[in-house]
Design a protein around this ligand. Structure first.
Ligand SMILES: Cc1cc2nc3c(=O)[nH]c(=O)nc-3n(C[C@H](O)[C@H](O)[C@H](O)COP(=O)(O)OP(=O)(O)OC[C@H]3O[C@@H](n4cnc5c(N)ncnc54)[C@H](O)[C@@H]3O)c2cc1C
Length: 393
């Protein structure tokens, strides 16, 4: 039994009519790319835990890297279009989406928000063409959610800085040309950002093996021993953790869209399967209990699409708050995790086979649920905004 995964993308409330023609055009390009280039091959890469590097030039041709950044050769997409890109890529494959999310949203975003004009001019144009790939190193082996207490240090040395410490989970870091490293400035005790270039002596990045989620994404454990970074590579406007948090606020909204993409894929695959697979002499789709699952999934998918759309409109209007971004990340990830579980259930045993695509979305959603602020951390960010009381420091 072969399930057609590219048919009828779900848009139950005709959200299509709420987005501009230009944004729809971006959406169609990304959707076609995923349907034609990514989905047919990604299962093997996921299983072998390899990244499909040969797709990078084709992705570059789509002109998506840099997202909403204006100028510097970046596409200057609306936040709606940029979110839809995340949704469509995740609907195709989560590992591939995160590859772009890391270099475009996190690394380019950090350079855009925290870099000097000179630093932006130097890095962003080639990153927009995906000729230069970026990574973003915040999380450490001993410091995850409590990110403002990272232990990596930056000590002044002559005209530069010596970085020492470790980073864990850093996407793209084994092959990236430039890695944003967040470290504690030993003079001010504040968090600063540094651009570490590929091949810097003392910098080592090892692939993290044995993952059960986002297997085609390369994550690295980084060790830095007296890595010398010139002052010209210290991000001139990254002066405290507030600057880090601002970057994360601006990528978290995209992660909410990612969750929507995984949920869409799960719904579409499950619906096709239920209509084709027969048990007890009739298609699964004719059983009330199966329809109930599909309807629960559809309700969640539709809510996510609407929530993400509105969040992006708020971002485009320049009014999106940290709490609004965190609520969408927290809510969409929690619901999408439920949706992919129901989808896997509908496929029975085939739900754990890569060839039916559901298993990949089911497993990948676990990472999306955890990164860019876990469910608990984003919940507390929202809680702080609505009560004025911080449940964490
Ligand atoms: C696939 C993948 C890719 C990633 N890519 C990157 C990357 O490119 N760059 C990067 O810097 N990081 C990256 N990360 C790291 C990611 O952001 C962290 O995993 C995440 O922030 C959680 O940190 P942790 O795993 O150390 O969990 P911990 O912080 O140890 O948390 C463990 C559990 O405790 C809970 N918890 C923690 N504090 C509290 C509290 N105060 N109250 C209640 N519960 C709490 C958490 O919610 C979680 O459920 C990636 C992670 C994954 C899995």
């Amino acid at each position: 039994m072969t399930i057609e995964t590219t048919s009828r993308p779900i848009d139950f409330y005709q959200i299509d009519e709420l987005i501009s023609e230009g944004d729809r055009e971006v959406r169609d390009r990304v959707r076609a790319f995923c349907d034609d280039e990514v989905i047919p091959i990604i299962g093997g890469y996921w299983e072998r835990a390899e990244f499909p590097f040969e797709l990078i030039p084709k992705l570059a041709e789509l002109g998506l890297a840099g997202g909403t950044i204006q100028g510097y050769g970046c596409p200057g997409l609306s936040s709606v279009a940029n979110g839809i890109v995340s949704m469509e890529l995740s609907r195709g494959d989560g590992s591939f989406e995160t590859f772009l999310g890391v270099t475009s949203g996190l690394a380019m975003g950090t350079i855009f928000y925290c870099g000097s004009e000179e630093q932006k001019q130097r890095w962003l144009p080639s990153m927009a063409k995906l000729e230069t790939i970026g990574a973003f190193g915040l999380t450490e082996p001993n410091v995850g959610s409590d990110a403002s207490h990272i232990q990596t240090t930056a000590r002044r040395s002559g005209d530069g800085w010596l970085l020492n410490g470790e980073k864990k989970w850093i996407g793209n870091a084994t092959f990236a040309d430039v890695i944003v490293i967040w470290a504690r400035n030993q003079e001010t005790n504040q968090i600063n950002g540094f651009l570490v270039e590929k091949g810097s002596p003392g910098f080592d990045a090892q692939v993290i093996g044995g993952k059960i989620s986002k297997r085609a994404l390369i994550n690295a454990h980084i060790t830095m021993t007296d890595v010398l970074v010139p002052e010209s590579n210290r991000l001139q406007k990254a002066n405290s953790f507030k600057d880090t948090a601002n970057v994360l606020k601006n990528t978290r909204y995209g992660v909410a869209w990612e969750a929507a993409g995984h949920a869409m894929a799960a719904f579409e695959i499950a619906r096709e399967y239920a209509m084709q697979r027969e048990q007890f002499g009739r298609p699964l789709a004719r059983f009330q209990l199966i329809q109930e699952k599909l309807v629960h999934m559809l309700g969640d998918v539709t809510t996510m699409q609407l929530m993400c759309l509105r969040l992006s409109q708020l971002r485009d209007a320049g009014t999106m708050t940290e709490g609004q971004a965190s609520l969408a990340k927290q809510h969409c990830c929690a619901r999408a995790r439920h949706v992919v579980a129901l989808g896997r259930e509908i496929l029975g045993g085939n739900g754990i086979l890569l060839e039916y695509h559901m298993a990949r979305h089911f497993a990948d959603m676990e990472a999306v649920y955890t990164y860019e602020g876990t469910n608990e951390i984003n919940t507390m960010v929202v809680g702080r905004e609505v009560t004025g009381q911080a449940a964490f420091v």
